[in-house]
Design a protein around this ligand. Structure first.
Ligand code: UDP
Ligand code: MN
Length: 269
């Protein structure tokens, strides 16, 4: 068994759909490594069962039940709750190295070479390239690091209220210290039109390794016609229509049949 793992997070059944498609995209890309997903108690049993079909590890994380000091201190900062949930990835110490992927990412090509990078490696954020985007990052699980980041969070908060602000503050020398920790942009390409340099998107389209549906409009929220098997791609994703379609193709081929009728109904599919 590989000592490396891809890690994602879901706090509800909608992001769970993203996590399922993401896992299948990793398998299609032929990864040699393990898959782990962090889930909160708000994820249904039915969704956890589906996640267990494809993830090696489905790890429940629960802020309130945890007993360590850093957790308890964070309870005084409830606004950091969702941020805190992502930080639990550092506790997956059964793995030597991991790559965190947001549940709204889609792997298009094999990226196993990412495990050769060191903590904390990430790609620049499109809106402020001296910050990294926290949708894709290489990290080394360590309870010590987890404790240090949570303590840092309690003291300093997060400048954007989320995990990206916090992690950029904690790994504050990312922009300047070591260019090897700058992942090429193709490992985290933001698809949404207003974040996207369209001529470059067209030029380098075939080089994209990981697509990131950052922003409000997630693939699972896009209308899908199950008869014609086509997604009603909104203008914001017009340049990436085939990629939206690709997300839905994986959904239809690998995910849909495993969902119960009740889940489909709840999820409006
Ligand atoms: N997430 C989640 N539930 C939420 C919001 C976020 O599980 O209600 C997780 C999920 O893995 C998601 C990540 O946190 O991909 C970051 O949030 P999101 O991708 O929505 O942020 P964006 O990339 O759009 O800034
Ligand atoms: Mn995201």
């Amino acid at each position: 068994m590989s000592k490396f793992a891809w890690v994602t997070l879901t706090t509800n059944d909608n992001y769970g759909l993203g996590a399922l498609v993401l896992a299948h995209s990793l398998k299609r890309a032929g990864t040699a490594h393990q898959l782990a997903v962090l889930v909160t108690p708000t994820v249904s049993e039915a969704m956890r069962d589906r996640l267990k079909d494809v993830y090696n590890v489905v790890q429940e994380v629960n802020v309130l039940d945890s007993q360590d000091a850093a957790n308890l201190a964070l309870l005084a900062r409830p606004e950091l709750g969702v941020t805190f949930t992502k930080l639990h990835c550092w506790r997956l110490v059964q793995f030597e190295k991991c790559v965190f992927l947001d549940a709204d990412t889609l792997v298009l090509k094999n990226c196993d070479e990412l495990f050769e990078r060191e903590e904390l490696s990430a790609a620049p954020d499109v809106s402020w390239p001296d910050c990294f985007n926290s949708g894709v990052f290489v990290f080394t699980p360590s309870v010590d690091t987890f404790t240090k980041i949570t303590e840092f969070a309690v003291q300093n908060g997060s400048f954007d209220g989320g995990d990206q602000g916090l992690l950029n503050q904690y790994f504050g020398d990312w922009a300047t210290a070591d260019i090897k920790k700058h992942l090429p942009f193709v490992y985290n390409v933001t698809a949404y039109a207003s974040y996207c340099y369209l001529p470059a998107f067209k030029q380098f389209r075939d080089k994209i390794k990981i697509l990131h549906f950052a922003g409000k409009l997630k693939p699972w929220l896009i209308q899908f016609n199950s008869q014609t098997k086509t997604a009603a791609t909104p203008n914001e994703y017009a340049h990436a229509q085939d990629l939206i379609q690709h997300w839905w193709t994986i959904f239809c081929d690998n995910v849909h049949q495993s969902l119960t009728d009740n889940m489909c109904l709840c999820l409006n599919i």
